[in-house]
Write a protein that binds this ligand. Sequence first.
Ligand SMILES: Cc1ncc(COP(=O)(O)O)c(C=O)c1O
Length: 405
Amino acid sequence: MQVRANAPVRVASRISGFVYAIRNIVSEARKVEAAGRRVRYLNIGDPIIFGFQTPPHLIEAVDRAIRDGHNGYAPSVGILTAREAVAAECDRRQMPLSPDRVVITSGTSEGIELALTALAEAGDEVLVPVPTYPLYTAVLAKIGARAVFYRTDPDNGWLPDVEHIRSLITPATRALVVIDPNNPTGATYPVETRRALVEIADTHNIPLLADEVYADLAFSGPVPAIAAGFDDAPVITFSSLSKAYLAPGWRAGWMAVSSTPRMDDALAAIQKLADGRLCATGPMEYAITAALNGDRSHQETFRAALRARADLTTRRLNAIAGMSVVAPTAAFYAMPKVALPPGKTDADYVLALLRATGVLCVYGSGFGSRPEDGFFRIVFLASPEELCGIYDDIAAFTGEFLRSA
Ligand SMILES: Cc1ncc(COP(=O)(O)O)c(C=O)c1O
């Protein structure tokens, strides 16, 4: 057989389904920068690049761990003190469980990947909100499983449509993903909605994957675990130091599996997968212990800063003709909608905004919304002064865009 030595090597076809718009769109921003325009990156939810700082006692914990020689592989499920700290945190959040049901992961992201890989086969279905954090659909594409989208409604505070979820359950459903507080919408769910979601998981014996990475960043204060009060429901909760502890680059996260024996096989499967990747980042696990057992006063300041930015964002964007946004109640995201002219897509709007103003947002279709619906996501971590300038630019551009269409 003749080999063409200089031909591009073949990549696996599954890669085409692995789409993560939040970073994929950066290549467009680089082109705009290369043409000489400053880009303001509102695409990625990283508080550090906007000047927020990791609490010093966490840095000290990692520094000490490295100097004390904790530089070998950690246990694949994580060091015991970190797992104990996570179990105690779950207890405080009213989801009691023992440290042996905790796995320390490289961020929430690895927890999501481990759980979906353990639960879903090729062809299986997983219920995912739309709009969604895009890692869920990307990982499902990699596994060959199918994301089945359930509606969350902007006219009802972006709450999940519980009846729609019920109607989508089939014998192939393997998990229900719930992101509360939510990225990309900034919504938090009321207790009745949360209860209805856990009851669905409980009744149908479908594990609820509770992405609770923003649980401490609801503006009104930390929210309990979605599994609170449902000790026997099949739930896996995920979180990390990335957002509420301001250390996204450390890749320090955890997952915890609810105490019901129904989840024992799932836990064993996750532990088996965790063995294969050896461990999460060892020294950073010491920061999990320091974070969850230590001073959290930075969170109050952070929540107040986020609330002020959310208010500013809501007020300024709702004042733009042709634009509307649901007021976020948590985290640092808003999902405005622009009334697109016929034939235009959310990506047309976002890319034109980028090229005209240097403001980089992510189009709603990157989170599963319909392109013609005109949603896009803003990360509002920049300073209020900078956000004011950005919203001036968005207002001027949007007026122009809608007039010229
Ligand atoms: C809803 C949601 N889940 C998971 C993640 C990933 O977080 P981590 O840095 O802990 O992997 C993010 C990051 O933005 C997120 O918004």
